[in-house]
Design a protein around this ligand. Structure first.
Ligand SMILES: [Zn+2]
Length: 283
């Protein structure tokens, strides 16, 4: 048999099939307008690396995140109010930056898992990161159906729907449901002995707690350090320095370069860290 040089760690077939499957999922996401062209290309790299380094189960968690989030943004009822335009202006097609904001941390954890003697803490961190991304996305999508204005997680003041850092009861329940869904799948992975010698209930608790912690951190960062502008022409808040009307807006809160994607990535990194921490306490 032709010898395959051992330059790629892990199972070579899994890397190749992982990238092929990632291409299929990304192409489907592009065709159904969940991903832009740059988003689809980035999703192929993200999914391929995650399956190759993190294994089939990590890839399954990513697909669960992507498919459920896309379905919710399409099918979940939305209340159209003035404030919802803030997020809807960005559209539902995820671009490369948005894919990286959600996928970079899980990929880094998976690459770490394949490089160390004990991969389990890093695989748990990758699952926790995906749980954090899912919890945050589900909170946003499900929160859109809220009949009352959300409140700032920091000040408790009522805010326009869709504002970063604003939380609602139904959105928080959606966040918990998202974290639990990924935690159940991760625990199922542990039960099928993907992660040898770690009990499935432990994996469930760690991933669920870490995912919720990530979504909470996302809201806190969104309410504090994320840049928020106000358009002087329309007197509406904006999450970018240029309001959708075309006027330049003034920074009224937070740090100018900290946008929604940076907050997302930081919160997901926080979920990964929380997962590793709780895992080390349980082991
Ligand atoms: Zn304006």
């Amino acid at each position: 048999m032709f010898p395959i040089p051992d330059v790629i760690p892990g199972d070579v077939t899994r890397w190749i099939v992982g990238f092929l499957l990632a291409m299929i999922v990304a192409f489907a996401g592009f065709r159904t307008r969940s991903l832009s062209a740059s988003g689809a290309i980035t999703a192929v790299a993200t999914g391929g690396l995650l399956v190759g380094a993190g294994g089939w189960w990590s890839g399954l968690l990513l697909v669960a995140f992507f498919v459920s989030s896309s379905a919710l943004s399409r099918a979940w009822p939305k209340r159209i109010t003035a404030g919802t335009r803030i997020r809807q202006a960005r559209g539902h097609r995820r671009d490369a930056v948005q894919v990286l904001a959600n996928g970079a941390v899980p990929v880094i954890c998976a690459l770490a898992a394949v490089s160390v003697a004990d991969p389990v803490p890093w695989l748990v961190a990758a699952a926790s990161a995906i749980a954090g991304a899912t919890a945050d996305t589900w909170a946003t999508e499900i929160g859109r159906a809220s009949s009352s204005s959300p409140r700032s997680i920091v000040s408790g003041r009522r805010m326009a729907p869709g504002t970063s850092g604003a939380v609602s009861g139904i959105g928080t329940m959606g966040s918990a449901a998202g974290a639990v869904m990924i935690a159940v799948l991760a625990a199922a992975g542990a039960a099928t002995n993907v992660w040898a010698n770690v009990a499935a209930p432990s994996i469930f608790v760690v991933v669920a707690v870490a995912g919720l912690a990530g979504a909470l951190l996302d809201s806190v960062l969104g309410a504090t350090v994320q840049g928020i502008w106000r358009c002087p022409a329309c007197n509406e808040t904006s999450e970018s320095p240029r309001h959708q009307c075309g006027s330049a807006a003034r920074l009224v809160r937070g740090i100018a370069f900290v946008d929604n994607d940076i907050v997302n990535a930081l919160a997901i990194a926080g979920a990964a860290g929380a997962g590793m921490l709780v895992m080390s306490l349980l082991r």
